[in-house]
Each structure stands twice: as C-alpha cells, then as structure tokens.
Design a protein around this ligand. Structure first.
Ligand code: S3P
Length: 191
C-alpha cells in the first residue's frame, strides 16, 4: 500500500490520488482561503489561478482588465489553467477565478481532469465580501454583480460534483467538508 504521493495522509487507509481538486464560485466565496486550508489538512500544494496569471503576465489582474480588456485576461486564464494541469502531477488544490469555468475549454478541462467543488452563498453576501471599487466586475454595484452571479450559477451547478453553502459556515468548516469529500470520492484505495 502506498501513501498519498506527497505526504497527504488519509487516516488509517492508504489512498492513491486520482484527480486534483478545483474550487469554483463567485468572487467573495473564499476559494483561496479554503484552498489553502484544505492543502494544510492534506499536506499537498495549492495554487491560486489569479496569482499564476499575474505572474505570467507580470501585471495585476485589475491592470490587465484595464489595459488589455477582459478577452486578453480570459485567454491568459485558460492557458494558465491548461499549463498547470499539464505540468503538475502530484495532488493539489486549485482556487480558480470566478469566471474560469465560463470559458469553454476550461470548463471541459475542469470537468475531465479535476474533482470540482462549488462554494456558493447568497449574492448579497458574496458582493459584500468581494466589493472593491478597484476589483474588476464589482465596480458596477450589487445589482450588476447579482445578475452576473445568477447567469453563472447554472454553469457552476453543472460542473460541480459538490456544492457547499459557505454563507453560514466558516472557511475552516468548508475546508473540512470538502477535504472529507475529496478523500472519499476522488481518491481510490490501492489493492
Ligand atoms: C473574476 C474573478 C477574479 C479574477 C478576475 C475575474 C470573475 O477571481 O479572476 O477579477 O470573472 O469573476 P476571484 O474569484 O478569485 O476573485
């Protein structure tokens, strides 16, 4: 029997990793915070797709939106996700950006190669947590944000194998729920 490839511990049983874990959902859902907490629980790596894109482009996301527009950002986002998926083999947790699954190729990649958990909460809660006048797609105010969230929810629902309501629970509680689910559903006991 073999342990998790890079030190992830599953208690008394031993597991072989099948798929990395991707967290999806709107801005303000706490994807990065929860991703880090899950990674701490299993001792695996975690990545923030927004940070990887910023590294790749050498600029802040808000600047990319402002200088080049959303299409350039979305293109970089899809390429960064595809590269990450190709190059990392050990199990990891990925915090996606709120719009990542809306890109067709990224949706397909996430569906095929990742375990996907959706962090959701009422639109007002998400907006209150996410609002920053400098942050792309929140500057339009709560109504525009809520319309965007409602348009996206079908995509999130279709893609996710697990939906977690993060409106009433802490990030640590969300991390525990998702971590237990990931272990059970996306790791397989070795003979
Ligand atoms: C976006 C969400 C952001 C970032 C960009 C666009 C979106 O990521 O990718 O500003 O379209 O919802 P977070 O969800 O991590 O804030």
């Amino acid at each position: 029997m073999k342990k998790f490839g890079n030190g992830c511990s599953g208690g008394t049983s031993a597991f072989a990793p099948i798929k990395p874990l991707a967290l999806i959902g709107m801005m303000g859902a706490g994807k990065s915070t929860v991703a880090e907490l899950i990674a701490q629980r299993c001792g695996c790596a975690w990545y923030d797709l927004d940070c990887l894109i910023e590294q790749r482009l050498g600029r802040a996301i808000a600047t990319v939106f402002q200088e080049d527009g959303e299409t350039v950002f979305r293109d970089a986002e899809a390429r960064t996700l595809a590269e990450l998926e190709r190059s990392v083999r050990n199990p990891y947790v990925l915090a996606t950006g709120g719009g990542t699954p809306l890109h067709g190729a990224s949706f397909d990649l996430l569906a095929a190669r990742f375990c996907v958990a959706w962090l959701h909460a009422p639109n007002q809660t998400l907006f209150e947590r996410a609002f920053d006048p400098k942050r792309p797609l929140t500057a339009g105010g709560q109504e525009a944000f809520s319309m965007l969230a409602s348009r996206r929810s079908e995509c999130y629902r279709t893609l996710a194998q697990l939906a977690v309501d993060v409106g009433q629970i802490s990030a640590a509680q969300a991390a525990d729920q998702i971590w237990h689910w990931w272990k059970e559903h996306c790791y397989e006991s070795e003979p």
